[in-house]
Each structure stands twice: as C-alpha cells, then as structure tokens.
Design a protein around this ligand. Structure first.
Ligand SMILES: Nc1ncnc2c1ncn2[C@@H]1O[C@H](COP(=O)(O)OP(=O)(O)O)[C@@H](O)[C@H]1O
Ligand SMILES: [Mg+2]
Length: 251
C-alpha cells in the first residue's frame, strides 16, 4: 500500500466513485486535471520509464501529480515502492475506472494525471485516450515498433486528441551521426502525419539505475544527458498541456 501525503485522501476517495460505465463516448476530460496518456500497444517500448520520469519532472517542478498505473504488472507501483521519499502518488487502476480516477484526482486538487498504460487491446487504450488532454506514443526506433504504433496513432486521431510520437531507447550517435534506424523511423513517422517530439530519449543505463532506486534521472544524475533529455521533454509536454503558461521570470 502506498503512502499518501496526510490530508489528501485520494486513495480513499477513489473507492467511493463508481467506475464510468461507458455510456457517453462524448465525455470530455475533467476540467483542471490535465491528463497525459502514455501509449503503446507493444511491451518494452518504455512507457513506464517515460511515464514515471515525466510524472517526476512535473512533481519536481511543484505540481501535484497522480500516476495512474493501468498495467497489471504494476511496474510504476514497483518503482514507487522502492521510493522511500516523497513523490507523486501512484495509483493502481484499470482503464474502465480511469474517468473515476480522474475525478478523484480533481477532487484531491491534483494538477496532472499521467496514465501509464499496458500493452493492451485498443478498446482498453481507447479509454485512456478518451480521458487524455495529450497523448504520447512511445516507440523504439525499430521496424516492428513503427508498424505497431500506426494503430495507436489512428486511435488518437479517431478521438480527435492532440498527441505526438516520442522516440525512446535511441542508440547513441556514431561519430556525431545519427544511426540509420533513427532516420528511417523519423521518415516513417512523419508520413503518418503526427508530430514527433523534438526531444527523444537515448538508451542509457542511467534510466534503468534510477528506476531501480525508486527515483528519476533528474535526482540520481542531475547533470547528465539523461536529466537534460527528461527536462527538455517535460518542457515540451508541459507547453502542450498548458499552452498559455508563461515561463517563470524573475521579478
Ligand atoms: N531510455 C532508456 N534507456 C535504457 N533503458 C530503457 C530506456 N527506456 C526503457 N528502458 C528499459 O527497457 C525496459 C522496458 O521499459 P519499460 O519502461 O518497462 O517499458 P514498457 O512499460 O513499455 O513495457 C526496461 O528494462 C527499462 O529499464
Ligand atoms: Mg510498463
């Protein structure tokens, strides 16, 4: 059982809201809880790694964050259990209960809900997309990942949701040049007509060691390329979730 900051009562609340019964497909996301869905029909693309790092980046910037773990494997929960210090609330839920979870997050005064999905059927993913203000489709720069992400992109388009691809586990540059698989992936994704996040994540051991320690690379390796990537990716996502937000300036 995860610890909840005193006085918030989010977990308790969740047990008192009935799961949404699917009656209205036109339902809109709950106002004021920005919702970011991390999607991929494939396992191992890095959904959980991206979801918890973005949740942490938001939390470190002072936002109230709920990470909704929809995967039965519970990887985000495992990460949170390793984390012995304060951090985002991680709540294990199922996609049919996402709307209720979102309502509970709203009542608890959260700013952001990040949904970590499972590599599940498109019906399940559809509910995450319905709830989302913005969708991030995570893939590795490989032929099979590109093939698999097409269906997810169509799903996001069907619901008229904004979203972008994010390339994860990209190999390092060789002699300053991007490997062919990255270029090929960018070409194929561009043809799908959805934006690609200008910042992707490279394959780095730092991500794995930070997760194993219940932390984020921004905490374990604050000056590293990994921390810069995550900070940059979060700023891109934040500007899409809160498009009118002005950067903080000194008075
Ligand atoms: N950028 C990265 N660099 C190195 N390892 C990564 C990266 N992203 C994910 N991984 C590793 O890949 C594996 C799958 O990642 P995970 O986030 O669990 O994917 P998913 O949630 O899509 O199944 C894990 O072992 C994770 O540590
Ligand atoms: Mg996962």
């Amino acid at each position: 059982m995860l610890r909840e900051p005193p006085g918030v009562g989010l977990v308790e609340d969740i047990h008192h809201v009935r799961p949404w019964n699917g009656a209205s497909r036109a339902r809109r996301p709950v106002a004021s809880v920005k919702t970011l869905a991390i999607l991929s029909r494939k396992g191992g693309t890095g959904k959980t790694t991206v979801a918890l790092h973005l949740a942490m980046a938001a939390w470190l910037s002072g936002k109230g964050v709920l990470l909704a773990d929809c995967d039965r494997q519970g990887s985000a929960q495992e990460w949170r259990r390793e984390r012995t210090i304060a951090g985002p609330v991680v709540f294990s839920t199922k996609t049919p209960a996402l709307f209720a979870t979102q309502q509970a997050a709203f009542r608890a005064g959260r700013d952001l809900m990040v949904i970590d999905t499972s590599p599940s059927a498109s019906e399940d993913l559809a509910e995450a997309v319905r709830c989302a203000d913005y969708c991030l489709m995570v893939l590795r720069p490989s032929f099979l990942d590109v093939r698999a992400v097409r269906e997810t992109a169509e799903l996001v388009s069907r619901f008229g949701k904004p979203g972008a691809f994010v390339i994860n586990q990209a190999p390092p540059r060789r002699n300053g040049r991007e490997m062919a698989c990255v270029g090929d992936t960018v070409t194929q994704l561009t043809a799908m007509g959805r934006p690609i996040m200008p910042i992707g994540l490279r394959a780095r051991i730092a991500y794995q060691s930070a997760v194993a320690d219940g932390r984020s690379v921004q905490e374990t390796h604050p000056q590293s390329a990994a921390a810069l990537e995550i900070g940059g990716l979060w700023r891109e996502v934040e500007s899409r979730l809160w498009p009118s937000a002005l950067p903080e300036v000194a008075e």
